[in-house]
Design a protein around this ligand. Structure first.
Ligand code: ADP
Ligand code: MG
Length: 251
C-alpha cells in the first residue's frame, strides 16, 4: 500500500508522515519504506535515521559517463547496486531520500531504472509512505505510479486550505490511480475549524481529521529530537493515531 503525503511547504507534511509511520509500525503494519521526495530532505531527521546518499546524487553520478564503473559491471547492474546502497535501514522503517533537483544531463535512462527499483521496493514492503514536495515534482515524474491514499496536509488557514484544493486537483490530473484522497488540517486551535468548514467543502477532499497545535512538537523540533520519540499521549501523536485508524485499511 502506498500513502503519499502532500501539501504546501511548512504545512506539516513531514510531521504528519513521521507520526503516521510511527503509528503504522506500532499497529504492526510495518515494515515501512519511507521515501523522502522533498528536495529539502528532512524526513530522516524526524524519523531518527541518518542517510548517506540521495538518489539524485547517484543519478548525477550515473549521468556523468566519465565516471568509471567496477570492471565488467553493466550500467544497469551498477545503478541497481548503487540504488540499493542508498537505502538507509532502521528497525521497522527503511528510508530512501530522493534529493534533487536533477542537474544537467539526461536522466531518462536512470529514471526508468529508478521507477523499476521503486516498484520492486514497493512490493517488498507492506507500506510505503512518500513525503512529497509542494509541487509534486516526484509524482509528476512518475517514479511512483500507484498511490492508494493521498493525504493533503494544510495549516488551519483559508490560504492553506485553498492551496490543498489546488494540490488535490494537480494530483488528480497526474492519473496516479489514487483510491482515496483526504485532507488533514494541522495546527488547529480550539474552535477554529468551524470557520474553515465552507473552504474545506470547496476542496472536494474528505476531511480525515485535524492535528492540534502541539507544543511538544515545537519543543522536539527546536531541540532536534526525532518526532518518532514523542510521548504516546502527545496531542499530535494521538490525533495522527486516530487519522491513521480512520484512513488506512487494516491488513
Ligand atoms: N501540530 C503541530 N504543532 C506544533 N508545531 C507543528 C505542528 N505541525 C508542524 N509543526 C511545526 O511546523 C514546522 C513545519 O512542519 P513540517 O512538518 O516540517 O512541514 P512541511 O514538511 O510541510 O514543510 C515544523 O517546525 C514543525 O515543528
Ligand atoms: Mg517537509
Amino acid at each position: 500500500m502506498q500513502i503519499a503525503v502532500a501539501g504546501k511547504g511548512g504545512g506539516g507534511k513531514t510531521t504528519f508522515a513521521a507520526l503516521a509511520i510511527r503509528e503504522l509500525v506500532a499497529a504492526g503494519s510495518g515494515p515501512v519504506l519511507a521515501v523522502d521526495a522533498d528536495a529539502n530532505a528532512n524526513l530522516g531527521e524526524v524519523l531518527g535515521l541518518a542517510f548517506q546518499e540521495t538518489i539524485a546524487d547517484i543519478l548525477a553520478e550515473m549521468a556523468d559517463d566519465r565516471r568509471s564503473r567496477p570492471g565488467g559491471m553493466s550500467k544497469a547492474d551498477y545503478l541497481n547496486f548503487r540504488l540499493h546502497q542508498a537505502l538507509t535501514e532502521g528497525p521497522e522503517v527503511d528510508l530512501l531520500v530522493m534529493g534533487g533537483p536533477e542537474g544537467p544531463g539526461c536522466y531518462c535512462y536512470a529514471n526508468n531504472l529508478l521507477r523499476q527499483f521503486i516498484e520492486q521496493k514497493a512490493r517488498d514492503y507492506p507500506v510505503l509512505v512518500l513525503d512529497n514536495e509542494a509541487g509534486l515534482e516526484h509524482l509528476s515524474r512518475r517514479t511512483t505510479r500507484q498511490v492508494d491514499i493521498l493525504v493533503v496536509v494544510s495549516d488551519a488557514t483559508v490560504r492553506g486550505i485553498r492551496s490543498a484544493g489546488r494540490i488535490y486537483q494537480l494530483a488528480t490530473r497526474l492519473d496516479l490511480g489514487i483510491r482515496r484522497s483526504c485532507l488533514v488540517v494541522n495546527r488547529v486551535r480550539e474552535g477554529t475549524l468551524l470557520e474553515l468548514e465552507a473552504e474545506i467543502g470547496q476542496t472536494g477532499l474528505e476531511l480525515a481529521g485535524c492535528l492540534p497545535f502541539d507544543p511538544a512538537v515545537e519543543t522536539w523540533d527546536r531541540q532536534g529530537k526525532p518526532l518518532v520519540q514523542l510521548p504516546d499521549d502527545a496531542p499530535a501523536v494521538a490525533a495522527v493515531r486516530e487519522i491513521v485508524k480512520r484512513i488506512v485499511p487494516k491488513n
